[in-house]
Design a protein around this ligand. Structure first.
Ligand SMILES: Nc1ncnc2c1ncn2[C@@H]1O[C@H](COP(=O)(O)OP(=O)(O)O)[C@@H](O)[C@H]1O
Ligand SMILES: [Mg+2]
Length: 266
């Protein structure tokens, strides 16, 4: 399984793929993200770790504007997410414009969220046909190629219920790739899997990384973070506590909170 897509990792004009500047997010009175600053460079595998409830999923959801940030600035590929800036003022983008931004960002969830009434092939074909108006023939050809590349070329006619969790998650990755995203967000992609199925999903992600895809990966798989990650951020209670090279952070954490967290998960 190699060459997961030769035209991935495309972009950019010299700016980071993702840039967060003082990003805050509240849900009513609950202040969840408390000023996140970070940058993800093109082709980087950026791992995000932290305790449950620290705001990791919320941050990913802000990146593709499934959540609206309360303050700060968030850029993807040099473009403000969800807003247009004129002078000092921000204007919200129309739903159609938000959808256009979101189209460039693939997201893979803990629970695979495949369409249960569609085969693997149909799941992967769906968005290019419905959202991009691609011809069924072209979408089918790409879907077949992507399923081959995640090792499921012989399962294209299977329905999600006929596939293992690991296979379903690989279909979900192929489905995200079908939109030819410039950025992939993974939210604990292996957390719902039986332990023996984790490896096959991480292998696909490793392949994607080697092909140059820019990826933000929320994970508890410290082995993956160490081997594949270029950067690691430890987040707790809505702030970035510590950031650095994964090997550095994992073997030589500087902050008590990082040490305490790692002692529980390593
Ligand atoms: N839509 C929402 N409304 C209210 N609170 C929310 C919502 N989404 C998330 N939260 C709260 O935000 C906090 C962070 O959640 P989350 O981003 O899912 O953390 P993590 O992914 O790190 O476990 C949690 O306390 C959660 O209850
Ligand atoms: Mg989460």
């Amino acid at each position: 399984m190699s060459g997961l897509g030769k035209d991935i990792g495309k972009s950019t004009g010299g700016h980071p793929m993702v840039r967060a500047e003082g990003v805050h997010k509240s849900f009513g009175p609950a202040h969840i993200l408390k000023g996140i600053d970070l940058e993800v460079n093109p082709r980087e595998v950026f791992c995000l770790i932290g305790p449950s409830g620290s705001g990791k999923s919320t941050f990913l959801r802000c990146i593709n504007h499934l959540e609206k940030i309360s303050a700060g600035r968030l850029y993807v590929d040099g473009e403000l997410v969800g807003y247009r800036q004129k002078g000092d003022r921000l204007y919200e983008l129309k739903e159609r414009e938000v959808a256009a931004q979101r189209r460039d960002i693939g997201m893979v969830f803990q629970r695979f969220n495949l369409f249960p009434h569609m085969t693997a092939l149909e799941n992967v074909m769906e968005a290019p046909v419905q959202v991009k108006g691609e011809s069924k023939a072209a979408a089918r050809e790409r879907a077949q190629r992507l399923l081959d590349r995640v090792g499921l070329g012989d399962r294209t006619g299977h329905y999600p219920a006929q596939l293992s969790g690991g296979q379903q998650q690989r279909v979900a990755i192929a489905r995200a790739l079908a939109m030819e995203p410039k950025l992939m967000l993974f939210d604990e992609p292996t957390s719902a899997l039986d332990p023996e199925l984790v490896g096959e999903v991480l292998d696909v992600m490793r392949d994607l990384a080697e092909d140059g895809m820019t990826m933000i990966v929320v994970t508890h798989e410290m082995g993956f973070a160490r081997e594949v990650g270029d950067s690691l951020v430890f987040m707790d209670d809505g702030v970035v506590v510590e950031a650095g090279h994964p090997r550095e952070v994992l073997t030589n954490p500087q902050h008590e909170r990082t040490k305490s967290f790692l002692s529980k998960v390593l």
